[in-house]
Design a binder for this molecule. Structure first.
Ligand code: 6R9
Length: 652
């Protein structure tokens, strides 16, 4: 037995006996899913209701230059009808969405499937009245309020493509996304309460729209009633129009491959990419993973704490749960407001059964002491999940013992915006877990570990390299909006014949996968992806900055922090005031999540003779690991490195 085996936590017999999938079933189904993917997915696609059933199941080509991914291509369905209408016969009075507001004293809302249907139909009619048609793009810039789900489903109902922009992003970031996808309409709210503070979403949208076509209209949800400015002829009060709209809007039949949404995500180069997801394959995959990975049973209360601005919110607050007729919690607030017991207060209040969050939140709560957890009755919990970044064993054990009381399996789910749903994850009734490992693949997923230098598949069980996926799964992204070339180059060029994830990975003697983090220039700050290139371009856009290089640094709570090396213009003197100014600048250029944790003044950056910045060295300095800088012989000026080390965050 390997050391890794010793730390295994097995699901209890009770849990396995009641789970959808136990060990035998997992092995059987997994084998079938990779030996006969067409047969397997033909069967699984029945999780949805189809207006026209599919006869073609899978048509995928991973050959570089001709990458083409299609699932259920001749099937016709409507995503909103699958998330709402088909449940009405049995569940019209069941709660679909529990809305828990930021203010703990404000009442929660229980929105039934019937009410959800009413709201979404009206919202869809409002969109139609604004001239939105099938295939048009609609940007959603909303807080975590039920209207965000109504807006998504209303788009799906009429065949419009939504693109949600996280409410923490700045006006510039919003404008770039509106322009990139050519949106006709943006949906926002007056202001967004979060942790007792308010974000001026409408004012941000006003600022963004100055940089967009004057044809873009703006629907406003009056949520807080805060004072906002109003542009006649452009701005529209959604709630008012919904009251006057018909509660009946027939769902539009859509092809399985019609895009459902675009979601922008950071990559290692250039501007964020618009990841495009399909209607049929995406929804089937979100529904199946939600059911099996969280072992969701009828009547359970499911809570995913993500924001709908990220893919986790798309797949596991809205689409997966609602496709399964579940009750899903939407939480407007933050884990630490009004105090560090908020998550657990909400679990107790709504009798939550499955709870899904990010390691960064757990690490920040862990530091506040166990009393915050122990005050509340968490006996409703059956399962816990994590997503977004590797979880350190210390946080895993705390989650398991203090939150789960040793009774709840933990699913550590590895996936990406691009993958639509979970790829590596334990199935809780089937697979023993190890703290920090995403364990084994979901049905139909064929992970491979490649040698980063040669691209060869490493076939030994115990090995380490980069993680790629052989073949396709229905939830896979289909393209980058407006740039299929970029899609191919980003994911299929470096290692031909595979989808390349950008993550490093180790496989242990039991065949378990351990994600070691990104191997590209993407950093993961509190589970949010940030391209170093984006932060660099924001910094160099400042008049006093000549050059900037950004890398990740270890951070106790956030997992990774942002470490920026900044070279100032010749006549500019460094100062603490300038440091604060640059931090503020990045916040307004991109958003608060991109604010550097440390800015180091760098009179020079380590460059090769051809002028390429040697990021490897900058990473080592930011990690305070300067004993093994590796080969520095190609540096144009080695003295630069000593100077940077002497002035690093750790030496000051
Ligand atoms: C769903 C989501 C994707 C990147 C991914 C990886 C990291 C996500 C993880 C994990 C270790 C896990 N990541 N889940 N790393 N263990 N369970 O987070 O999507 O925002 O696109 O980020 O997040 O590095 O490549 P996205």
């Amino acid at each position: 037995m390997s050391n890794d085996t010793i730390q295994m936590t097995r699901p209890s017999e009770d849990f396995s006996a009641n789970a959808h999938i136990d060990r035998t079933r997992y092995e059987e189904l997994y084998a079938r899913s990779v030996e006969d993917p067409v047969g397997f997915w033909a069967e699984q696609g029945k999780v949805l209701d189809w207006i026209e059933p599919y006869t073609q199941v899978k048509k995928t080509c991973f050959d570089f230059g001709r990458v083409d991914i299609k699932w259920y291509a001749d099937g016709v369905l409507n995503v909103a009808a699958n998330c709402i209408d088909r449940h009405l016969a049995r569940r019209s009075l069941q709660t679909a969405i529990i809305f828990e507001p930021d203010d703990p004293d404000a009442p929660a809302q229980h929105i039934t499937y019937k009410e959800l249907s009413d709201k979404v139909n009206r919202f869809a009619n409002v969109l139609l009245s604004q001239g939105i048609m099938r295939g048009d793009r609609v940007v959603i810039y909303l807080p975590m309020i039920p209207e965000a789900a109504y807006a998504m489903l209303a788009c799906a109902r009429i065949g419009a493509i939504h693109s949600i922009v996280f409410a923490g992003f700045s006006p510039d970031a919003l404008a770039n996304r509106i322009n990139d996808c050519g949106a006709k309409l943006v949906i926002t709210a007056d202001t967004a309460p979060r942790g007792g503070k308010r974000t001026p979403l409408k004012a941000n949208t006003d600022a963004a729209l100055l940089h967009c076509s004057d044809k873009v209209r703006c629907l406003v949800v009056k949520h807080t009633g805060d004072q906002i400015s109003w542009v006649q002829g452009r701005d529209v009060d959604v709630k008012y129009l919904m009251e006057h709209a018909s509660p009946d809007c027939p769902p539009r039949p859509m092809n399985a491959e019609d895009p459902l949404f675009i979601l922008y995500t950071s990559g290692s180069t250039g501007r964020p990419k618009g990841v495009v997801h399909s209607s049929g394959g995406y929804l089937a995959y979100a529904a199946l993973t939600h059911k099996y990975v969280f072992d969701y049973h009828d009547g359970d209360i499911f809570w995913c704490t993500a924001d709908v601005g990220w893919v986790t919110g798309h797949s596991y607050i809205v689409y997966g749960p609602l496709a399964n007729g579940a009750t899903t919690v939407m939480f407007e607030g933050v884990p630490t407001y009004p105090d560090a017991g908020r998550f657990w207060a909400v679990v107790e209040k709504h009798r939550v059964n499955q709870f899904y969050t990010a390691p960064t939140a757990l690490r920040s709560l862990m530091g506040q002491g166990n009393d915050w957890v122990e005050t509340y009755d968490l006996s409703s919990l059956k399962l816990l999940g994590t997503v977004g970044e590797p979880i350190n064993p210390e946080a895993w054990n705390w989650y398991n013992e203090v939150v789960g009381k040793g009774n709840c399996p933990i699913v550590d789910t590895w996936w990406q915006t691009e993958t639509g749903g979970h790829l590596l994850t334990p199935l809780p009734g089937a697979i023993p877990t190890k703290p920090g490992s995403a364990t084994l693949p979901f049905f139909g997923v064929q992970p491979v570990i490649l040698d980063p230098a040669t691209g060869e598949e490493l076939t030994e069980t115990e090995t380490e390299g980069v993680l790629a996926i052989r073949d396709s799964w229905p939830g896979q992204m289909r393209t980058v909006w407006g740039d299929h070339e970029r899609f191919q180059e980003t994911y299929f060029q470096q290692y031909k014949g595979y989808y390349f994830s950008g993550d490093g990975c180790r496989r242990d003697a039991d065949g378990y996968y351990w994600i070691t983090g990104r191997v590209d220039d993407v950093i993961n700050v509190s589970g949010h992806r940030m391209g170093t290139a984006e932060v660099e371009s924001a910094l160099v856009a400042h008049a006093k900055v000549a050059e900037a290089a950004v890398v990740g640094m270890p951070h106790d709570i956030k997992g990774q922090g942002i470490y920026a090396y900044v070279t100032l213009m010749n006549d500019v003197e460094p100062s603490d005031a300038l440091r604060a100014e640059l931090e503020k600048w990045v916040r307004t250029e991109i958003g608060p999540i991109a604010k550097p944790d440390f800015i180091q003044w760098a009179p020079g950056l380590p460059k090769t003779r051809s002028g390429k910045i040697m990021r490897r060295i900058l990473r080592k300095i930011a990690e305070n690991d300067t004993t093994s800088l590796g080969d520095t012989s190609t540096l144009a000026d080695p003295a630069v490195v000593d100077e940077l080390i002497a002035n690093s965050m750790y030496r000051k």
